[in-house]
Each structure stands twice: as structure tokens, then as C-alpha cells.
Design a protein around this ligand. Structure first.
Ligand code: GLC
Length: 555
């Protein structure tokens, strides 16, 4: 069995996702700054964090909050300066925390100089850097593909008299990875950031970079007569060749890591994507978030699900990366609703749910990724009207629901349930105005519960989600098997309890997390000879789990 000391730093640590616009505003402007992240490094250290994934903070028109990059080598002035970023990297290093940048390489902003030139004519130095196609004979778009944010995936360009492809919003034109100059430019950007001392990269929307040789219509899959661009282009054969080239030029021989955002890679294909033969060290795939949302990601038609569905996909991914590869464990990110709503079908407080699921997050095999606010037990916010949302995907899901015949009330309920803005409301640091996030009105409303749910109040409360996350981070550090141990699922048919064993060479843990509001009994043989190490409800009862109780036993 691997020893902890044989593992790479990014396998032993805990990662934390910062959405900088909502983390901490040091400039009295209502949006967060890079300097705000530097100010909170001690806080992140207290959670055992060794890597911070910072979502895009490059110069951007911010149509998709930075996922529309204008200049990959500049920091957007709203976040600060390159000197602020260099300071974060340096001070992070002093805390044993490395910075992970987000590479948005499927597309750029339409304001990126490459695109400005590309769109200006069919004959210029960047003419072939994007995916351009002629209109059909009747002037309509080249294919019937629906973009991920709704509407046609093609936008018409007057200057060129051609359409360009945008998998996401029209302001996010897709790059043409078939062009070797594009690939080299992206490699150079990544190496620019390696030169700044970053610890790795989260690589955005990577499954879409390769398009099929012939772009053609697909069968309509909605009332709009369109076909999802995801179904048309995700994981086109040949994609791994591009990624191997990129890895060899950026990753090989360096002590950094790559985590790819790879929606649609099946668990059985993980071997080609991660580990020794693969292109990434870890891969965010979404089979577990699809359990409540449905793989089509149509918010007004969520899936019917049971706990066994969730446990099955989690176990599958644990098993597929057992011999080869490593897994990022996550239940939240900036594209998901809060896990306290998303992965529970029962009553109970958000705090109790956050602690129960947080136990799983920090004890499965893999690198846990905490989304900012998750450690405080954030709940979804209640949004009173569609106008309160900032996120462009939320507005398009709302329109889509109306187009599919849902009422305005139903469409709003679907957005309340799944909106990405639930994950993006400001961090709550204390009980003062705006939760201590900013001295002025924040860009998105602070959650109403900020007087109880904030890091200062929770630090003083040993029963809070924050204290629980800290305790578990410390336990993960003490118990080698929680990092290196094998995973074996227990009680697989239970619809209430997620239970598993993490067996190491010398010691073993058993995790029992009751993700339901029922009191549940379990077979004490599962934990015979073991003692409870930590529990959410004080002293553990033998053979019984109270509603939303989680206990870690150890031998
Ligand atoms: C990824 C990001 C998401 C963004 C999209 C387009 O899925 O996580 O936030 O909107 O890519 O860049």
C-alpha cells in the first residue's frame, strides 16, 4: 500500500475553491479582491488547506464572471494588480498554500484581441483561430446546436459574413484547437503562470476543445428543435492527443497538478484521462451532481433520485481510480447549488446537513475540494424574482423552462433550486453589515442568515460546521488511512446511511454518515473493536445513528 509520504503534495492536502468576486472586498467596491484572499490565508490554513483554486481573475468583460477572458496575462483591475497576485502566491507559499489558476481554454471573450482580429476579415493573422462556418443556403446557422447557456450555439458576424461557434454564451467564442498556433499560444500562457510559481491548474470545460471533423445537425431534443452542443461535441475522438501535447509542454517534470473539468467522461474511461497513462492528475466529472440534477442539466426537469443512486456513482469513481489515478472529492463548486439542498431529500438544518456531508467530503479517498462557504454550512438563498439573479445561465434556464410550457412560478422555483448564484453569494465573515464582506452593497445579496452563519461566530462555537470541518481536517492529518487507505463501501443498500471503511496498513477507520432525518440502527459488527474518534452529535450511541449524525470510528 502507498505510504502517505510517497504521495504528491496535492494528494495529501485539502483544496479550497475561491470565487474571488465574492470572497473579501478590500477596496470598498462591492466585489472581492485578490488582496482579500491574501488577508484570509490564516483562515484557510486553519482548515488544513494546501491549495487554493482561484476561479478566473484575468482581465475580462465579466459577462460570465471571468470565464470570458480578454487577456490571460493580466489581472482584471476589479480584482487588483499582478503585484497583488504575486503577493498572494508568495504569502501563500509561506503558509504552505499553493495557488491554482483556472485556465479557460475552450473559448476566449469576444473582446480578446485574437477574436477582434479574427472577426475583422477572412484573411488576417488570427482568421483561423476560432470556429468559423458559412451560413446554410437560407442564411440560417450551420447546425441546429443549442449552446449550453441556451439559444443557438452559432452567432452571426457581419464583418466576415460567417457564423462562429460558441459552446457557451455568444460573448465566449470557441477557439480552434486544430490550429497549432492556437495550441502553442495556450501552452505559452500556461507556462507564463508556471513561471509565476503557481501550484497547478484547473482546466475549464476541457471536454469541448475538439470538434467533430464534420459539423452536422443532431436530432431535436427540446421544443426549440435544437440539439445540445454537449451531445454534439463533448469528448470527440482525438481530444486526448491535444491534451497529451499540452501536458508534455506544461506539466511534465514539474511539481504541479492538473485538474480537468470534464463533464461527460464516463467512469470507465477515467484510465485514459487520469493517472500514469492519462492527461490529468485529477478530473472533475459530474456523475454524482447529475444524480439530483439529471445528466441533461435541465433545471425544470430534475431527476428523481435516492441515496443509493448517489452512493453507487461515488463508489464507482472510487473503484475506477483505485489502482490508477486520483479523484477530487467535491459536492459543491461555483456552478452548483449548495450541497445542503442538493444532496438531501429530508428536513433538517443546513448546519447539520453540512456537517454530515462534510464528513464524507473529508474522508473519501481523494483530494477534498471545499467550495467557499461550504465549511460554514451555507444554504441556498431564497430568490424572490428572476431579476435578482446575476448568472446568465440562470436567466437562460428560466427562459427555457417558460419555452417548455412551465409557469413563471415553476421556472423561478427551478432556478431557486439549482441556480449557480446560490454558490456565489458573498462570504460571511462576521455579523456586521454585509457579513463583513464589504463596506458597501455587495454585487450579489448576502444571505439573510449571515448573523448566525459567519466565520467569526462559528469559530467561537464548537458545534458549528466550521469547527467540525476543522476537526475533520485535523483528523485527516492524523490518520494516515484517511488519505492512503483502501475504500470499501458498507451498507450499500441503505437509503439513509452512507458507510464505508478506509483500511490502512496499520489502522482502519469506518465512516458512518446518516444523510436522512430518520434514526437508523446499524450492525455493530461493522465497528467491532473500534472506538468513535469524532461525532457530530457528541458521544456516539452504540448501534444507532441519530438524524443527520455522522461518526468516524477508528481502530
Ligand atoms: C465552466 C465553468 C463555468 C463557466 C463555463 C464557461 O463550466 O465552471 O462557470 O460558465 O465553464 O466557461
Amino acid at each position: 500500500m502507498t505510504k502517505k509520504s510517497d504521495l504528491a503534495w496535492w494528494q495529501r492536502t485539502i483544496a479550497y475553491e475561491v470565487y474571488p468576486k465574492s470572497f473579501l472586498d478590500t477596496a470598498n467596491q462591492g466585489t472581492g479582491t485578490i488582496a482579500g484572499i491574501t488577508q484570509r490565508l490564516d483562515y484557510l490554513s486553519s482548515l488544513g488547506v494546501g491549495a487554493i483554486w482561484v476561479t478566473p481573475c484575468y482581465k475580462s468583460p465579466m459577462v460570465d464572471n471571468g470565464y470570458d477572458v480578454e487577456d490571460y496575462r493580466q489581472i482584471d483591475p476589479s480584482f487588483g494588480t499582478m503585484a497583488d497576485m504575486e503577493e498572494l502566491i508568495a504569502k501563500g507559499g509561506e503558509h504552505g498554500i499553493r495557488i491554482v489558476m483556472d485556465l479557460v481554454f475552450n473559448h476566449t471573450s469576444d473582446q480578446c484581441p485574437w477574436f477582434r482580429e479574427s472577426r475583422s476579415s477572412r484573411d488576417n493573422a488570427h482568421a483561423d483561430w476560432y470556429v468559423w462556418r458559412d451560413a446554410r443556403a437560407d442564411g440560417s446557422a450551420p447546425t441546429n446546436w443549442r449552446s449550453i447557456f441556451g439559444g443557438s450555439a452559432w452567432a452571426w458576424c457581419e464583418e466576415r459574413q460567417q457564423y462562429y461557434l460558441h459552446t457557451f454564451a455568444p460573448q465566449q467564442p470557441d477557439l480552434n484547437w486544430e490550429n497549432p498556433d492556437v495550441r502553442q499560444a495556450l501552452i505559452d500562457i500556461a507556462n507564463f503562470w508556471v513561471g509565476k510559481g503557481v501550484g497547478g491548474f484547473r482546466i475549464d470545460a476541457i471536454t469541448y476543445i475538439k470538434k467533430p471533423a464534420v459539423l452536422s445537425d443532431g436530432p431535436a431534443d427540446g421544443e426549440d428543435g435544437m440539439y445540445s452542443v454537449h451531445a454534439a461535441t463533448a469528448n470527440t475522438p482525438g481530444i486526448l492527443d491535444f491534451l497529451h501535447e499540452f501536458k508534455a509542454a506544461v506539466r511534465d517534470g514539474r511539481d504541479i497538478f492538473f485538474v480537468g473539468e470534464a463533464n461527460g467522461v464516463a467512469a470507465e474511461d477515467l484510465g485514459a484521462w487520469v493517472g500514469e497513462r492519462g492527461v490529468f492528475d485529477m478530473l472533475f466529472e459530474f456523475s454524482h451532481t447529475h444524480v439530483p440534477m439529471g445528466a441533461a442539466e435541465v433545471w425544470c426537469r430534475p431527476a428523481e433520485w435516492r441515496l443509493t443512486d448517489l452512493k453507487r456513482v461515488l463508489t464507482e469513481s472510487q473503484e475506477h481510480t483505485k489502482e490508477n489515478g486520483w479523484y477530487p472529492i467535491f459536492f459543491e463548486n461555483h456552478d452548483q447549488p449548495r450541497s445542503t439542498v442538493n444532496f438531501f431529500r429530508c428536513e433538517g438544518s443546513a448546519a447539520a446537513k453540512a456537517k454530515a456531508l462534510g464528513t464524507v467530503l473529508l474522508t473519501l479517498r481523494g483530494t477534498p475540494f471545499i467550495m467557499q462557504g461550504q465549511e460554514l454550512g451555507y444554504d441556498n438563498r431564497v430568490w424572490g424574482s428572476v431579476d435578482e439573479f446575476d448568472d446568465l445561465q440562470t436567466r437562460s434556464q428560466y427562459e427555457f423552462a417558460l419555452g417548455e410550457g412551465f409557469t413563471a412560478e415553476q421556472a423561478l422555483a427551478a432556478c431557486n433550486r439549482f441556480s449557480r448564484d446560490n454558490a456565489r453569494t458573498p462570504m460571511q465573515w462576521d455579523a456586521s453589515a454585509n457579513g463583513g464582506f464589504s463596506s458597501v452593497t455587495p454585487w450579489l445579496p448576502v444571505h439573510d442568515d449571515y448573523q448566525q452563519v459567519n466565520s467569526e461566530t462559528e469559530s467561537a462555537d464548537p458545534e458549528s460546521p466550521l469547527s467540525w470541518f476543522r476537526r475533520l481536517a485535523a483528523l485527516r492529518d492524523e490518520r494516515e488511512e484517511l488519505v492512503t487507505g483502501d475504500y470499501e463501501e458498507l451498507m450499500p443498500s441503505s437509503e439513509q446511511v452512507y458507510a464505508y471503511r478506509r483500511a490502512g496498513e496499520r489502522s482502519t477507520c469506518v465512516v458512518l454518515a446518516n444523510l436522512s432525518a430518520d434514526e437508523v440502527s446499524y450492525d455493530t459488527l461493522l465497528v467491532s473493536g473500534m472506538t468513535p474518534l469524532v461525532g457530530t452529535h457528541g458521544e456516539a450511541l452504540v448501534g444507532t445513528l441519530r438524524p443527520l449524525e455522522a461518526v468516524v470510528f477508528g481502530s
